[in-house]
Write a protein that binds this ligand. Sequence first.
Ligand SMILES: C[S@@+](CC[C@H](N)C(=O)[O-])C[C@H]1O[C@@H](n2cnc3c(N)ncnc32)[C@H](O)[C@@H]1O
Length: 217
Amino acid sequence: MRYDITNIAIEDYLHDLMPPRDEVLANLEARARQQGLSLVGPVQGQFLYLQALMMNARHALEVGITTGYAAIYIMKALRQTGGKMTAIERNPERVKLASEVIEAAGMRDLITIHLGEWRELLPSLRQEFDLIFLDILRNSSNDEQALQALELCVSLLSPGGVLIADNVLCSAQVLEEDASPLVRGIQRFNRAIMEHPLLESVIIPLRDGVSISRKRK
Ligand SMILES: C[S@@+](CC[C@H](N)C(=O)[O-])C[C@H]1O[C@@H](n2cnc3c(N)ncnc32)[C@H](O)[C@@H]1O
């Protein structure tokens, strides 16, 4: 089953309050609507932008970039902080699309995109990140992967670094007791970020649910 997390009229109200997007982001929103591509949208995009800016992020990582929409919001902050971004995506067509979009946004010099599976790529990254945006939780094929992704991200976070994960309320299906393996994985992820000895976390019912976890120093 799928339920609303927030009142749809409130979501529309928040969406309508957002200032008009530039041409690159507006085109992506239109394309995503037509082609069913996933993107966080302007309210959560602004949330990511402000988080990155307020924490003065210098090394950001996005797991699951799709079109580059969320990455552009994060890079708007990185352009001001002097930071750089790394991204991971397993779909070659999406890597190509995101690269073209980011080039059009004039941000190509700020990002390195790796093509491949996060399970293989995350352990191979040889640097720490102060901001990680994890956006693959709805793509898990079993109830173990969300926890695996969490542990890999925690090991890549610098002390004081922040992990933001999307879709942690999964259309409110986290309320179900007899949930699918994907949702069970997200339920386990949510419990783990709250009980993790290295993290302090909160979940916000923004859009499909966003978690914020800070790694203790
Ligand atoms: C929800 S979309 C990301 C949307 C993007 N963050 C945005 O808002 O602009 C998830 C993306 O993760 C990618 N993905 C899913 N599973 C993956 C995996 N195992 N390894 C790498 N990428 C993966 C998908 O191909 C998809 O493009």
